[in-house]
Design a protein around this ligand. Structure first.
Ligand code: UDP
Ligand code: MG
Length: 318
């Protein structure tokens, strides 16, 4: 069996069309059997009602409904945890990722790939800002040690059961699904595709949300602001050191040739500045430890399931 996981957020206008005209014909062709896990990510429109109705008619469909909007990354995580198939296929609900390519993904999986990743961009033209933004996103991710991300890789992907099992063990909260999966390793294959147009509705990832997503991925532990202070502290210490050495040489070794008339007070000031820099550096280091302890200690549930609205879950509850 193959599990399909689709996060749904405010997709009332296009979802039914996407499901019946684009997805279902492909699902019917599958020789494996399938389940379709629709994760309602706290939609504010009629999406939930629509997918519940679909689930009433078709027992392949499971509905997992969040109590509020937790974001696509968490929705994917929840769906993958719920999935029982030998492979898990994730895709968007708006038809931008063509279900026509499903057989291609499955073929690569049958040939041994454990992670088949849809890559967009090869056949597309992007605006200047989008290009620049994504370039820097991948560059900064690289600096942060996430080196295995192929630019343009998306959540349109098939993962083998073993990848899903490992993924389910991860507990961190500030998560970017695709980033984590790429980091996990396993045998990867890539498929280029063209990101289509939305069937209906508006994308919920506007510039602000995308920016937020990038910020989330970079500073989920908020060490970047701390790093700024650490660098500033380092700079101050260095400047004070250079100035101090300059004073020592100019005044006390060369006999004040420029006539700056440094006093003892000057030396004390420079020394104190030097110490302030050191204090800033050591404080930032401490704060970095505290922030990582904080992130670990929070340990909130990753999401809260609205049991009343979820359907056909594997634990048998409503
Ligand atoms: N989505 C979600 N929660 C959100 C935002 C989006 O589950 O908070 C879903 C949405 O329903 C869609 C997918 O994530 O299935 C991609 O969203 P969108 O089309 O807005 O993003 P884009 O196409 O711009 O990447
Ligand atoms: Mg979309």
């Amino acid at each position: 069996m193959i599990s399909f996981v689709i996060p749904v957020y405010n997709e009332e206008k296009g979802f039914k069309k996407f499901y019946t005209e684009m997805l279902l014909p492909e699902l019917k062709k599958l020789k494996y059997g399938y389940e379709l896990i629709l994760v309602n990510d706290g939609s504010k429109d009629k999406s939930l009602q629509i997918i519940q109705e679909l689930a009433e008619e078709d027992k392949h469909i499971k509905v997992l409904s969040f109590s509020r909007n937790f974001g696509k990354e968490v929705a994917l995580t929840a769906g993958i945890r719920e999935a029982e198939g030998a492979a898990v296929f994730t895709m968007d609900a708006d038809g931008q990722q063509p279900p026509k390519l499903i057989p291609e993904f499955i073929k690569k999986w049958e040939n041994g790939a454990e992670l088949v990743i849809g890559v967009r961009g090869k056949y597309e033209k992007h605006g200047f800002i989008a290009k620049l933004g994504s370039k820097w996103f991948y560059r900064i991710m690289g600096w942060m040690g996430v080196k295995d991300m192929v630019p343009g890789s998306t959540d349109f992907r098939l993962i083998d059961r073993c990848v899903a099992d490992e993924y389910n063990k991860l507990t961190e909260h500030g998560r970017i699904t695709r980033g984590l999966m790429d980091w996990m390793g396993f045998r990867k294959e890539y498929i280029d595709y063209v990101y289509g147009n939305r069937l209906a509705g508006k994308p919920s990832y506007n510039f602000k949300k995308l920016f937020q997503l990038a910020i989330d991925s970079f500073i989920s532990l908020s060490t970047t602001p701390l790093m700024i202070f650490a660098w500033m502290g380092g700079l101050i210490t260095f400047a004070a050191l250079v100035l101090g050495i300059f004073v020592l040489i100019e005044e006390f070794m060369m006999g004040d040739p420029i006539g700056l008339k440094w006093t003892g007070t000057t030396c004390v000031c420079i020394f104190i500045t030097f110490l302030i820099g050191l204090v800033m550096v050591s404080q930032s280091v401490t704060a970095m430890y505290v922030s990582s302890i904080h992130a670990e200690a929070q340990n909130r549930p990753l999401y809260i399931i609205d049991r009343k609205n979820s359907r056909n879950l594997k634990d048998g509850k409503k």
